[in-house]
Design a protein around this ligand. Structure first.
Ligand code: AMP
Ligand code: MG
Length: 317
């Protein structure tokens, strides 16, 4: 299966997934590496291919709300958010439905499950064809920069995956927002492609912040993750000699190559879509070492998720 997509590529990818193989595919957030969620052997192969710790639960991707309800017991507020924002870059974490399709290993043994109906047309066609939930963490080695093109996926994986469906660049470019529903009400477990403000407007109230106790001790949530080889220097007012520069909005008067800008116009959606590809390009230009200086990113809207990913990419390894 090559990096391409048409009806026959989707049918081939669906057959490979149904047969327990791993297939990468685009979603609106980033490229996912899929495995059927009800098959512990396929899920074990997925953890192994990514080098992902097994205590880090996976998100089950579903074709629609009915499939989500079969996997999770969605409380009324989760139903409201699903009705408002699905398909889209929003993951809901709720109690797993007893006897539901998402296997224990995919949930890292938790009594809860993360479910999401992605908006990407190609992901939707694939999920409809597979007809069981598909766990699909980002298609990169654990801890590395997430992929937003099929070429990024092919940089990281070879024959251990059956193939990658190529849908071009991911339009959102940053992982889904994750909302949990504990006893205290809706909680923001991870900022992402759907801004907090948008969710809070729909809920008519603030999202709680995840406490250490309520949070899964998962790499995507803690410390070093999303990291290039180069180190990152955040909230930089300007570039120091030898550094690469990653700008946002108007650049300082003089920036030297290698330099890229997430959005010269200061548009956060454009910046999110460019984030991972720009980090990869600057890292490659530096030969995977040295320092990337990053301009300050406003913390509103999608800026909360961008700043979150940059903080983890900059964290000590
Ligand atoms: P990703 O790494 O983008 O595939 O997203 C997976 C993340 O979703 C995990 O690292 C957790 O933070 C979160 N997650 C998935 N399932 C659960 C769950 N059952 N409970 C809490 N968080 C979850
Ligand atoms: Mg990831």
């Amino acid at each position: 299966m090559a990096a391409r997509w048409d009806d026959s590529a989707i049918a081939e990818a669906a057959a490979a997934l149904r047969g327990g193989r791993l297939v990468a595919f685009p979603t609106e957030t980033v490229y996912g590496l899929g495995a059927r969620a009800d098959d512990p052997v396929a899920v074990a192969a997925l953890y192994a291919a990514k080098g992902r710790p097994r205590f880090n639960p996976l998100i089950a991707h579903v074709a629609d709300l009915a499939a989500a309800r079969a996997a999770a017991v969605l409380p009324p507020e989760a139903e409201r958010l699903a009705a408002a924002f699905w398909p889209g870059p929003l993951t809901l974490v709720a109690p797993a439905r007893p006897g539901g399709p998402v296997c224990d290993l995919a949930r890292a043994g938790l009594p809860t499950v993360g479910v999401r109906a992605p908006a990407h047309r190609l992901a939707q066609a694939l999920l409809a064809a597979v007809d069981v939930p598909v766990v699909a963490p980002s298609a990169n080695r654990s801890g590395a920069v997430s992929p937003t093109t099929a070429a990024h996926v092919l940089d990281a994986f070879g024959p251990e995956i059956a193939g990658v469906l190529d849908g071009g660049a991911c339009p959102v470019g940053i992982e889904s927002t994750i909302v949990g529903f504990g006893p205290d009400g809706p909680t923001l477990l991870r900022p992402g492609g759907l801004p907090r403000e948008t969710l809070e407007a729909a809920l008519g109230g603030r999202l709680r912040a995840a406490t250490a106790a309520g949070r899964v001790a998962a790499p995507g949530m803690l410390a070093s993750h999303y990291a290039p080889g180069a180190r990152l220097r955040l909230d930089a007012a300007g570039q120091r000699p030898g550094e690469a520069w990653l700008g946002f909005g108007a650049d300082p008067v003089a920036v030297a190559a290698p330099a890229l800008n997430l959005s010269p116009a200061g548009d956060l959606a454009e910046a999110a879509a460019a984030l991972y590809a720009h980090l990869r390009a600057l890292d490659a230009a530096l030969g995977g070492e040295g320092v990337i200086a990053v301009a300050p990113i406003p913390r509103r809207g999608l800026g909360e998720a961008i700043a979150d990913r940059l903080r983890r990419a900059a964290a000590p390894r």
